[in-house]
Design a protein around this ligand. Sequence first.
Ligand SMILES: [Zn+2]
Length: 631
Amino acid sequence: MPSPLEEMTTEKLVSLIEFHNRKYWDDAAPEISDEEYDSLLRELASRDPRHPLLEKVLSPKITGASTVRHASPMLSLDKAYSHGELLEWAAKFARDENEPFLAQPKYDGISASLADGVLATRGDGFEGEDISDKLPLINLEKATYKGPPAGDARGEIVIRNDDFKNLYPNILKKDGKPYKNQRNAVAGIVGLKDISGMILQGARLTLVDYGTHTETISLAELKDKSRWSQIIEKFSALPYPMDGIVLKLKDSAYSDSLGSTAHHPRGQIAFKFSGTRAVSTIKHIEWSFGKKFLTPLAVIEPVEIGGTTIKKLTLHNYRFLKTNDIQIGDKIVVERAGDVIPHIVSCEAGPDRRPADIGNCPSCATKLLVEGPELMCPNPECPELKIQRLLAAVRNIGIERLGEPTIRKMSETLGVKCLKDIFSLSKEQIATLEGFKSKSSENLYNEIQAARSTCDFELLASLNIQGIGKNIAKSMLQKFTLDELRRMDADKLEQIPGIGPERAKELFERLKDKSDSIDELTAALDLVQSKGAGGQPKRTICFTGKMPQPRSHYEKLAEANGWTPADSVTESLHLLVAADSSGNSSKLQKASKLGIKTLTLDEWMKTLGATQEPRSTARTKDNTDSLLPGF
Ligand SMILES: [Zn+2]
C-alpha cells in the first residue's frame, strides 16, 4: 500500500502524477483507476491550487495544426463525488426549492468546439488546437441532427460504445494492436499527425454536442433522490463513454451573473460516477460464447449502484479468472465506473468457495483448450460457435432483422449451418419457425432475398477474418477482384497499401480455409463488384417519409458513401430508407412487393462508414486568420 496521501511531500506527489500521466497518455497503459488519479489531483489542488501541473493535466496537449481562440472560454468544471456534495452545491445557488437545473451526461472524451467549420480542442479553455484535419473521421450528434459536421457545436469527441465494439476490434494502431479503451483511442487518434490510415480502416469519432441529451430537475427533486436516480439510469443507457453527470443552473443569465473562478464556472458542477462501489457475492459463473472464445460472467447477488441494479459482471477472460483466483462463493467489491460497464475491484475468498472450471464445451462437450488468455472450443463443428459466427456473418452481410433467437431456431429446426443455408430458405420454411406468421415470414424472406444483392466487400467483411473490416475490404476490392485476391499469396497481399504482414498472412490463410464456403456464397449471391466501378460500385438508394433534415442532405451523405440516389422505387433499386418503417407510403409498399431491402433512417445511418463524408464545411489550415475577427 502506498503511504497516505497527506503524508506525501508535494514533490513526491507531483512526480507521482507525472508518472501516471505518462502511463495514461503516452503508454496508453494506466496503472491506477480514474478515481485514484483524481484523488492525487485533488490533493495537489488543496495544497497549491495554482500549481502549473494542474493546468497541464486538466488540458492534455493534442497535436493540432494551429491555435484557435474560443468565442467564449471553455472552462473545466468543479466536481462533486457524492449526492451530498452535489446537493450542497445546488442548495448554495438555488434561489428557491423550484430552481430548475439541467442535467447532461459528462462524456468521457476530448472537449472540442466546432465553429465556422473549424474543429478545435478545449486547450486551456481560451485557446485550443485546430484539429480540423480530423473532420473526415467525425460524425456530429446534436439534439436534432446526426451526420457529417455541419453548423456550430460544443461538446465532446468520443467513440460511441457500439462503434468501439463493432468497428474498433478491426482498427489497428501503428504497432499492429487494437486500442484497449475508448478514451485512449480518442486521444491517440486525435493526436495523430496523419489520419489516412484511420480513414482507410474506417475509424469513426463522434462529436456529441453538450445539448444532445438534457434533463431538467428542480432542487426539491434533487433532494428526493429518486428523480436523480432515474436520470442516472437514463444517461447510463446512452451509447457513449461517460464518467459523470453535469448539473447546471437552467437560467443561463443567472448562471452567468455568478461568474467563474479561475478554473470553473460557478453555475455548473460535475457529479463524478467514480466512487460508486458495492459489496456482493458471486452466486455462480456462466460462460458466454463469442465468435471464437468463451467468456466467464459472474452472476452475483444483485446490488444497486447509482440507481442501477447489477446482476452480472464480465470477468473478461479465462486468465483474469485464474490470475485473480476468482471462485464461486467469493465476496467481491463491484465498481460501476464512468464507462458504465461494472467491474470487480477486489475479491476475497468466501467460506464455501469452489472453482468455476469447466473442462468441456457446454455446447459440444469437446475438451476446451487454453489459448493465450482465452478459453476456446477447438471443435470446428461446435454448434454454438457456428451460431456465433453465423450471427456475425449475417450482421456483416446486412440482414439487419435476423437476430440471434431466430438464427437459433433456424439452426435447430431447419438445419441452417451457414450463410448459404439462410439464402436457400423458402418462405414456407421460414413460416414453420415458432412465432412466425405469414406476414412476418414474408418480410424476413424478402429481406434475405434483398441481401443477395450485396457488394463484394460486404461479403469479404462477413467472413470474420481478423483485421478485415468493411472499409479495408472495400479499399482492397476497389483495386482487385475477389478472385484476384484469392489467387494472391501472402507476399503479394502484403504489398497492398494498409495491409501489412500480419493481416496479409491471416487473410491468405483464411481465404484458403474458407475457399469452399466462399464458392458456395458467391454462387448464391448477386455480387456487385467494386473494381472497375469507377472506384464505387453503383448501388442505388431511395428515401421516403419526412426526415429531420432536407432530403438533399441525406442524398449527399449517400453519395459520399458510394450510393447513387434514385427518385423512385424500381426493380433495380438496392435500398429504400424510410423515415418511419411502419408508415405505408407507396414507395414502402412497392419495395415490399419487389423484395427490396428497406431500412429505417436510424438503421441506415448506423451502417455508414465515416470515411467519405462531405467536407465542404471544413476550412483549410491556412485559413484560420480570417476566423479571428469573429471572436
Ligand atoms: Zn464446442
